[in-house]
Design a protein around this ligand. Sequence first.
Ligand SMILES: Cc1ncc(COP(=O)(O)O)c(C=O)c1O
Length: 433
Amino acid sequence: MPTLTIFNDAAASAEAPAPAAPESARPIPAVVGADLEVPVKGGRLVRYANLDYAASAPCLEPVSAAVTAALPAYSSVHRGAGYASQLTTARYEQARHTVRAFVGARPSDAVVFTRNTTDATNLLARCLPEGTTVVVFDTEHHASLLPWRDAVRLAPPAFPGEAVRAADEALAGVEGPKLLVVTAASNVTGELWPIAALAHIAHRHGARILVDAAQFVPHRRLNLTALDLDYVAFSGHKLYAPFGAGVLVGRGDWLAGGEPYLKGGGAVRAVGEAPEAAEWHEDPEPRHEAGTPNVLGAIALAAACDALNATGWTALVREEERLLARLRAGLATVEGVRELALWGADHPRVGIVSFTVDGFTAREVAEALSAEYGIGVRDGKFCAHPFVRHLLGTADGGCEDGTASAVRASIGIGTTQEHVDRLIEALRAIVAR
Ligand SMILES: Cc1ncc(COP(=O)(O)O)c(C=O)c1O
């Protein structure tokens, strides 16, 4: 790796940073494509109402600008002596620092760039010490439910305290290394999980905790150190940075002990003549980031972290809660619409709502919303089959069962009151047929 003569662009600037405006005065950044028009039945064009942020959020303008700014000097990372290569390497490593700070990680924590959350959970799964037992709730997204070899699966808890009690009991009954896996915010109901209490219980039993923060970090500030979490995973494309990077942040020892995720250049320190004569890096970042990394993805992810922090969470949360309350109140007025919830209507949640509509399949509703009203929502089981079946009270119909599903509306930066109102009016019209 060349010596870095440039560390970050801000440091190179002679100008002192402007003092930050109070949070209430800072503008919320715009999203790219806010004025996208889409065709609806009859050939008209309407402004797209994107209510599918939980699947993939649009790109923030400052994220797009950061990627555009990095492109002229785009070059190789960790392997070039040229100026552009040094600059790109510095930007990549600066992105790591930014992401570390964004989640409040400990200085000793590893920050490994991955493709997405699924890639991050699979990376950790491959690095678990021999004999590790994983305890996971059936409510998880498949990315956090499926990668584990020896998993104890816990039934959906009836209330948050029951989640803590069930984890306590399950971890107490396990010997050897243990990992508790839990999502911070459900991708189906938006409900927030008691991750601080779960971390406390995990540690009492000598276990570690991995928090799937894919749906949490776009909506709330996360502090890994304050919550005493061991690992967090999330995806750039849900955090307004759709350039193909995600991240696993957390304790380095298991990662340093695991097989390199990919074997190739960058992960290896030296290679001898014999095929097995490879000396792998022990530091988790180079060890698990073989090959040319996704520099622009990392830069985008870091730019999103910067943009959210610069806007301030108070303003972001306030606006989201206003729109979410309007959305849920509106849904409650539409006949035959039933919102799905694990822990009741009053439990705190992020801007994600799943619901069913009596007399219609979820697919029929989603298709009508798109074709007639220019509204984008998701329908299905949201890669959380056991959880959605539990919420709907349906039996396991096997992989081919397409009937038991729901509609999901999810919001974020760029969502407007008009989008929310259009959805409610459209649903009202659909059920009135
Ligand atoms: C809670 C949660 N975890 C994990 C994932 C997987 O994310 P990705 O598809 O970016 O790997 C998702 C995606 O919907 C999610 O909502």
